[in-house]
Ligand binder design. Structure first.
Ligand code: ZN
Length: 702
């Protein structure tokens, strides 16, 4: 029953998609499409790989951690360039937020041999940027000092701790060594899991099997990290609430209320530090106890044992300062609908140089601001306003985007069309996009219109043909489909999607990338390995720019909710299958009936909106276009519930949330209720999600 119903929806969705894509441009009348093509042709002549390289060299010249003088200088430089390029209303917005920097990082043992961990990395001959060591740390670790034996817990997931417990190994009060995971699992989840198990200190290291020598040649000979490389990173519980931990859910503007540290849901209560493989090896060599299971063995040349091992002294001191951070905002005012905004964002702050993350994206954004500014000065302005945002402290807890979004919630709810995020623009040649399904067609059309630098095929075709791609394994490496509709978290789109209900896309060119959050992620890595020639930086500027222009200039907003209904039907069906498998009673699926009905109404409303969109485009009648645009703009907002999802009021979206690992949590209230085996919660989730879908359907119908 469920499968047949789903299949019908899927067929309806794809047939409609086919009919919707003639030679024209989605959202444009035939005559506007001609004008748009002329504008795009002019635009596409402007982005330049050489310019991207110059921007990149400048942005990565010095470390620019959030809160640093250098990161403020880059904000001021960006503001001045944007003004010069012709953007309007360019400003720096400051927020004062909790932003801990390291004071002392110590990890040492005296038995069986004296040894001390290094929290900095080896210099690379020929790469002068790596000559000055920087201290690595985990932001939002607690400060303290402990002396305790060490235990190895593989990835630090709950099942790893269950195994240890079953084998009589007590982790309470101990130091636990875990590894970063491939594919990515957010380090804050490892911290929370360790905290729950009573661990006193957490060490997270980069195993060569994950992102080092076991994967292939290490930098400077290849993309992977050497045995001294360290992945810094925050460990806040921003899957509970992102942004400044002391102003959860409201903006850190002057005079804002701040909660005490011990009331902050996103602050860990455990000490944590990142380690290199080389230092992890020194610790693993001291391990006694049983040999770890096969899947726990890693890429170091030794038999991994679970311990206990040496007694270590671990000391972490962070300064826990409140520091100012800077968001740079620049607007290109629209001509006919200036209040409606298409927002483009990338973060500026980096752990160290931020070669890929985020300066590749910043370089693409700078060249986009220059190109769209040049068009505007030549008299070609968008109809709707295009907003450029350079976020700060993303690396800490998605901080400035969250604060800015909270500060401007009302305006964004009234007028934001879409948010286009590019964090890392380029670590390789494989296009990857995660988006809400209403943007699928826009992304597909734009990706089909921009050439892939390496193959000469379109970006969309290159993605389809690329079947032996190497990926970074990071959250933005979104799988084999052109657009993944499974959104989790891990970058600045979160406040727009989960708190305000704005359609979002997160894009990158992805590839093998083993130096994430290390000092080796720098200019030379990018120019030698990630994107020699900077052609993919240029391609990203073009993709990003054409998407922005189409959203800003379309007669009817290029949003299609039919694929959204199909996607939600798919998510529902997966969860229903999971529930009925564990509760195999004849009427186990009856509880889902109201949700299936609501999805069906959502699909009908999406079909009706698409028909009205086509009719408005055919007539070209301004009042009809205005009416359908209003419907399309507000549909995503309907999917929010002001109470949020259970236990996480900040995460209001009822279709998408991040799991604690940052992996996508789809129909989160329902998924979590099913995982807990809680039938009352399943019923409550069904009502909440159905009500959200009905609000979206109503928005689409009005
Ligand atoms: Zn980033």
């Amino acid at each position: 029953m469920t499968m047949r119903w789903m299949a019908t929806l899927l067929v309806a969705g794809s047939a409609a998609l086919g009919a919707q894509a003639p030679a024209g441009i989605f959202g444009f009348t035939p005559s506007s499409a001609d004008r748009e093509r002329t504008i795009e042709t002019r635009f596409l002549a402007l982005p330049s790989a050489d310019r991207a390289r110059e921007y990149h060299r400048f942005l990565t010249e010095q470390p620019h951690l959030a809160g640093s003088d250098r990161n403020r200088e880059l904000a001021e430089w960006m503001r001045d360039r944007w003004k010069e390029y012709g953007l309007d209303e360019v400003e720096i917005v400051e927020h004062d937020v909790l932003l801990p920097w390291p004071v002392e990082m110590t990890l040492e043992m005296s038995e069986p041999r004296p040894w001390k961990a290094r929290f900095s990395e080896d210099p690379i001959p020929g790469d002068p940027d790596t000559a000055t060591p920087v201290i690595h740390y985990n932001a939002y670790s607690t400060s303290g000092e402990i002396t305790a034996p060490v235990v190895y817990a593989a990835s630090g997931n709950p099942e790893n701790y269950d195994w240890l417990e079953a084998h009589g190994i007590d982790v309470r009060g101990k130091i636990v060594l875990v590894r970063y995971s491939y594919p990515y699992s957010y380090r804050g989840f490892k911290a929370l899991t360790a905290q729950k198990r009573g661990v006193a200190g957490l060490l997270i290291y980069s195993d060569p099997a994950e992102d080092g020598a076991k994967k292939g040649p290490v930098y400077p000979d290849g993309p992977w990290g050497n045995d001294s490389h360290i992945q810094s990173g925050g460990i806040p519980y921003d899957f509970m609430v992102p942004g400044d931990p002391l102003t959860p859910g409201w903006a850190s503007v002057p005079g804002a209320k701040r909660i005490p540290r011990d009331e902050a849901a996103s602050l860990p209560k455990i000490m944590s530090a990142p380690l290199s493989a080389r230092d992890a090896r020194a610790i693993l060599e001291t391990m006694s106890g049983p040999e770890a299971p096969k899947e726990w063995q890693g890429g170091l040349p030794l038999a991994y044992r679970v311990g206990p091992g040496a007694t270590l002294r671990m000391k972490v001191v962070l300064d826990d300062e409140i520091r100012p951070i800077q968001t740079v905002i620049g607007r290109l005012r629209g001509t006919s609908a200036p209040d409606d905004e298409v927002i483009l964002g990338n973060h500026r702050d980096a752990w160290i140089y931020g070669g890929v993350d985020p300066s590749s994206g910043t370089a693409s954004m700078m060249d986009l601001a220059r190109s769209l500014g040049a068009l505007a000065r030549a008299g070609v302005r968008p109809k709707r306003t295009v907003v450029f945002a350079s976020w700060d402290a993303e690396e800490f807890t998605l901080t400035s985007s969250t604060e800015w979004g909270e500060q401007h919630e009302a305006e964004l709810r009234g007028h934001a069309i879409a948010y286009l995020n590019v964090d890392s623009s380029t670590s390789g040649p494989t296009f990857t996009a995660s988006a809400v399904p209403s943007l699928n067609q826009l992304i597909a059309e734009v990706a089909a219109s921009i050439p892939d630098p390496k193959t000469g095929l379109s970006v969309a075709q290159a993605k389809q043909k690329d079947d032996n791609r190497q990926t970074s394994g990071l959250p933005n490496a979104a799988g084999s489909a052109l657009v993944s509709n499974r959104l989790g978290s891990g970058s600045d789109y979160t406040v727009f999607l989960n708190f305000i209900g704005v359609p979002v896309v997160d894009m990158a060119f992805d590839g093998a990338y083993g130096v994430y959050h290390s000092q080796y992620d720098d200019h030379l890595w990018v120019s030698r390995i990630g994107d020699p020639g900077f052609k993919y930086h240029e391609a990203m500027t073009k993709l990003w720019g054409v998407m922005a222009l189409r959203l800003a200039n379309a007669d009817a907003l290029p949003l299609d909710y039919r694929p959204y209904a199909s996607a939600v039907a798919g998510f529902e069906s997966e969860l229903e299958a999971a529930w009925t498998k564990n509760a195999p009673t004849p009427d186990a699926s009856a509880v889902f009936e109201p949700l299936r009905a609501a999805v069906s109404r959502f699909a009908q409303a999406a079909n009706a909106a698409a028909a009205a969109q086509s009719a408005a485009l055919a007539s070209g009648e301004p009042s009809q276009l205005e009416a359908i645009n209003h419907r399309l703009m507000h549909a995503e907002r309907g999917l929010l519930d002001p109470d949020g999802i259970p236990g996480r009021p900040w995460y209001r979206h009822q279709i998408y949330a991040p799991k604690f690992t940052y992996a996508p949590d789809l129909l989160p209230a329902l998924g979590e209720a099913i995982e807990a085996g809680d039938s009352a919660a399943v019923g409550a989730a069904v009502s909440k999600i159905s009500a959200a879908l009905d609000r979206a359907s109503k928005a689409l119908a009005n």
